[in-house]
Design a protein around this ligand. Structure first.
Ligand code: KIV
Ligand code: ZN
Length: 513
């Protein structure tokens, strides 16, 4: 029987560290459910000690996920580790992931600690974590750039104190495949008790080699866990992308000879959900999940595929969850059909009142758009969670006028708390006029970092537009997403959603700080 390769998904922790990708508790819960459907082995649900919001999200995920192990990150100190253990209490299977930097650069400049202090802290942290949880992962941050002799000592003591997984991060994406694979092999060889732990790889994509490095860590180094994120989401150039490593190991089973527990047909739904939730659009030519990943444009390729698929296809689109845009619901669909589709998509609504509100929005959309696809439902539910009564800013109505040769003009009414406001403005374009009108009353002072529009389903001008607005204020970066068949309305929703996130988002401790 082939060895099992453990898939550790960190979309909700390392992925979420990407500026603007921060998610609400409900959004994280929805993604965690999808990750469980994807059957990843471990879900890193967050960094419980970093904020109350993260603590609540880890706890909520630990309360609903039953099949995958739920993990929380914790710095190597008692407070962080206790918070992680507390948040993980409801989990069926829990893991504490504790880390401390071990490279000379990080120890001296960032931690201002001597190697001996780091050694002691790592030892005590793993000991403390192991008293609270049977499943403990230890990571030497910036491990790949650490001195090998020192690293071997730290890893040996971590395993002696009970770490069950040893993860070697290439924190800054500096590695190249052969060297990274060789580094893991060298550590496994030199650490005397290495056989008592599962070895794991964690690669960042700064030089575009995160997937290649992770696979080398497995093939050359003998690692049996890969840490990765959906769509390669993550800080800077992102993390190792789950869909790419999983499909590489599966498609080249002849070479890797490893078993996976993942249900690959859930990959595309997971990719769409993460992209729609964070507003991080997937590039069309992205491997496996890009819109063109299975599209054959040239006549020669099309001819070949029609004659025999495997002339140009090494994977089947349906094996990773691509389906033709399916009309799932329409104007005549009833509440039960809608509720069932929500369940099939893994969207759990907390109350009947929430389902009723979502259904009312669905009916409203179905009146304006004849065919409703899964993507429309996901967008609608995303939107729903952002426009509930509890939100501070709420869009009430919008009027906008554009004419060739005239400056567009917008009038927007919206609520701030319990007070209704009406604001108007001109602008260079209709969207500019609307955002300026809202800002004239809100006075957030936030800087607009990104504005983007995408069609939710391709092939028709009837598609809903999905707008992402990224705002920055006082060091915080948030993403607002809004969807509507009218892209001007979608823009107003996205802007208001971003303002709400700024209003709610607490300051957090950086995982690598
Ligand atoms: O990249 C990194 O070093 C990390 C650790 C916290 C595991 O994400
Ligand atoms: Zn990382």
């Amino acid at each position: 029987m082939a060895d099992k390769l453990i898939i550790f998904d960190t979309t909700l922790r390392d992925g979420e560290q990407s500026p603007g990708a921060s998610m609400t508790r409900d959004e994280k819960l929805r993604i965690a459910r999808q990750l469980e459907r994807l059957r990843v082995d471990v879900i890193e649900a967050g960094f419980a000690a970093s904020s109350n919001g993260d603590f609540e999200a880890v706890k909520a995920i630990a309360g609903v996920v039953r099949e995958s192990t739920v993990c929380s990150l914790a710095r190597a100190n008692d407070r962080d580790i206790s918070r992680a253990a507390e948040a993980l209490k409801p989990a069926a299977r829990a893991r504490i992931h504790t880390f401390i930097a071990t490279s000379a650069l990080h120890m001296e400049k960032k931690l201002r600690m001597t190697p001996e202090q780091v050694f002691e802290q790592a030892k005590l942290a793993v000991r403390f974590a192991r008293n609270l949880c049977d499943d403990v992962e230890f990571s030497p941050e910036d491990g790949y750039r650490s001195d090998a002799d020192f690293l071997c000592r730290v890893l040996e003591v971590a395993i002696r104190e009970g770490a069950t997984t040893i993860n070697i991060p290439d924190t800054v994406g500096y590695a190249v495949p052969e060297l990274y694979g060789g580094f893991i092999a060298m550590l496994r060889e030199r650490v005397p008790n290495s056989g008592k732990a599962v070895w794991s790889v964690h690669c960042h994509n700064d030089l575009g080699m995160a997937v290649a490095n992770s696979l080398a860590g497995v093939k050359i180094g003998g690692a049996r866990q890969i840490e990765c994120t959906i769509n390669g989401l993550g800080e800077r150039a992102g993390n190792c992308s789950l869909e790419e490593v999983v499909m590489a190991v599966r498609t080249r089973r002849d070479y890797f000879g490893l078993e996976l527990g993942v249900d690959t047909t859930q990959i595309v739904p997971a990719s769409r959900m993460v992209s729609q939730t964070t507003g991080f659009v997937v590039q069309p030519n992205k491997a496996v999940v890009g819109a063109n990943a299975f599209a054959h444009a040239s006549g020669i390729h099309q001819d070949g595929v029609l004659k025999a698929r495997d002339t140009y296809e090494i994977m089947r689109a349906e094996d990773v969850g691509w389906t033709a845009n399916r009309i799932v619901l329409g104007k005549l669909s009833g509440r039960n059909a809608f509720k069932q589709r929500l369940q099939e998509l893994g969207i759990a609504m907390e109350s009947e009142a929430d389902i009723n509100a979502a259904f009312a929005r669905f009916k409203d959309l179905a009146d304006r758009k004849s065919d409703i696809f899964d993507e429309d439902i996901l967008a609608l539910v995303n939107d729903e969670s952002l426009t509930q009564q509890r939100e501070h800013y709420r869009l009430l109505n919008l009027r906008q006028h554009s004419e060739t040769g005239e400056r567009p003009h917008a009038t927007v009414s919206f609520a701030i708390g319990d007070t209704e406001h009406v604001a108007e403005s001109d602008g260079n374009g209709p969207v500019d006029a609307i955002l300026k009108a809202i800002e004239s009353k809100v006075c957030s002072g936030a800087e607009l970092l990104l504005y983007s529009v995408n069609a939710i389903t391709s092939g028709s001008t009837e598609s809903q537009g999905e707008v992402t607005v990224r705002l920055q204020l006082g060091g915080r970066v948030v993403n607002g997403v809004g969807a509507d068949p009218d892209i001007v309305v979608a823009s107003a929703k996205a802007y208001i959603s971003a303002l709400n996130k700024l209003h709610h988002s607490p300051d957090r401790v950086a995982a690598q700080g």
